[in-house]
Design a protein. Sequence first.
Length: 349
Amino acid sequence: MLRKLILPLVGIGLIFTGCAKQESQQTVSNAPSPAGKKVQVGLVFDIGGRGDKSFNDSAYAGLERASKEFGLEMGKDIEYIEPTEAPDRENALRKLVDKKKDILIAVGFIFSDDVNRVAKEFPNVKFACVDYVPPEKESDYLPNVVGLKFKEEEGSFLVGAIAGLVTKTNKVGFVGGMESPLIKKFEAGYKAGVKYVNPKCEIFANYAGVTPDAFKNPTKGKELGLSMYDKSADIIYHASGSTGLGVFEAARDKNKLAIGVDADQYDQATGHILTSMVKKVNESVFQEIKAVKDNQFKNGTRMFDLASKGIDYVYDEHNKTLIPDKIHTKVEEIRAKIIKGEIKVPSTP
């Protein structure tokens, strides 16, 4: 569901120095790779697949980096699959297991159950799941599974603060993809950020649907975006995968502003993207491949947040004219307070 990002890494031995926070991790027995053997990688994309200009494309960027830095051949050492229907997710993972991959990476929370089932059957294969929904009990965590999780609410709080300070109508919007606990984190952080700086601001919120297909419906995204702009919202934040491309189209049609997600989405609606909330899925994918390559894989949960720079927002030459210096300074002060724990960001609306 979403685009270019940023991800830290701190817990994999000494590899992730100064980056990602780790939770509930155990070192897994890592048999050293035979001399000269290249790590074999398989990845299954989330709904929407490559070309979403967001979440999946960010994961692919991680594969590309691993290919370049580790000398891995795309299509051979690294293979990926784009499932089109729910049953394909588990089947896709099994196909990659059959190809003798060392690590399988599943992109998206909807893979959580599929990963658990397949990983339990193949304990010698390592699995990483982006936005993984962990088991309720720590003891139920499989030794060959690592969950890559992000504090999306923290980055959403910051872009919400930007929206609350930039809006001229005191009305802003949020468009989510699939209505789910994960996307509710984006909504919660965004609303809290807006209200923190602008208590009088009105916030519209709506979702494209209740199934994974809600992440690949630009037509619905445009419909929701136009509706909010017609209600005088002048900024809309989306967390909806390729559905958000419809929100951007609405922003162009109405000459309004939108906020991208997961990666820098400036190019998708030049002049209409206020900023983007980025989560470094690319970096998380790369680091898990590196961990397996270096025999440093650890199971458990790895958390990426503002403090580890796995979550951030875009502020560069493209949007400095839209975000005045005084607003940028204010947002950076808010960032520091979140990292220090002075501001508690909610994860539910």
